[in-house]
Design a protein around this ligand. Structure first.
Ligand code: URA
Length: 221
């Protein structure tokens, strides 16, 4: 779908819209939330991985031999969920491409400053061949952009170029997109929807509330 950001791809798919409506609904049951979020995550991850490099191969079917394609395994694919809500995306991503490495990054938001506070980093100290790595940073909610910027910066510092980093979110606020695109103009971002704004507590409006609370059913109605 068209939007005013150069490198932002917004998914335009009726099944995605349908499931987005479910997860926005505060009365959606935990079961409905989980299943609907998984459907959105599948569509997002298929789109976000659309440009992975492939290589030609030869395969023998029960009927005949043919040329075919596989994801080029000379590249290492990294899915980096920002804990904890990013797990919803990485679980689906892992099903789609089990050969990927899941490298968790843990940050929580300091509610006073809205700045990310690191508590976990499962990325290696150094990547041996950073040019052959594709990193997908996964965070369902792109709100202020503070934790997203911290995660993307981490991979840049470890030598991954911005062309090899893709950011995936379910919902994005303009404030977060402006922050992320402003800091990293070359970063590709996939999202299912761009919402209106943030509220005073930096929650996305209309959004879906706290994604982690809703996913893990720690949500107080
Ligand atoms: N994180 C969430 O889980 N929800 C928001 O609306 C913003 C950040």
């Amino acid at each position: 779908m068209e939007n005013s950001y150069k490198n932002v791809i917004v998914i335009n798919h009726p099944v995605c819209e349908h499931n987005m409506t479910n997860i926005r609904d505060r009365n959606c049951s935990p079961d409905c939330f989980l299943n609907s979020l998984r459907r959105v995550a599948e569509i997002l991850m298929f789109e976000a991985t659309r440009h992975l490099p492939v290589k030609c191969c030869h395969v023998e079917t029960p009927v005949a031999e043919c040329d075919s394609f596989k994801i080029d395994d000379s590249y290492k694919i990294v899915f980096a969920p920002i804990l904890r809500a990013g797990l919803a995306l990485s679980e689906i991503a892992k099903e789609i491409y089990p050969e990927a490495s899941i490298q968790h990054v843990g940050m929580y938001r300091d509610e006073a400053t809205l700045e990310p506070v690191w508590y976990y980093d499962k990325t290696p100290v150094a990547y041996s061949n950073p040019d052959k790595i594709k990193v997908f940073v996964l965070d369902p909610m792109l709100a202020t952009g503070n934790s997203s910027k911290a995660a993307v910066s981490l991979f840049l510092k470890k030598g991954i170029s911005i062309e090899n980093i893709i950011f995936v979110s379910v919902l994005a606020a303009p404030e977060g997109l402006n922050a992320l695109c402003g800091e990293f103009p070359g970063l590709k971002i996939y999202t299912a929807h761009i919402d209106k704004t943030l509220n005073a507590r930096a929650y996305i409006v209309p959004g879906l509330g706290d994604a982690g609370d809703r996913l893990f059913n720690t949500f107080e109605k």
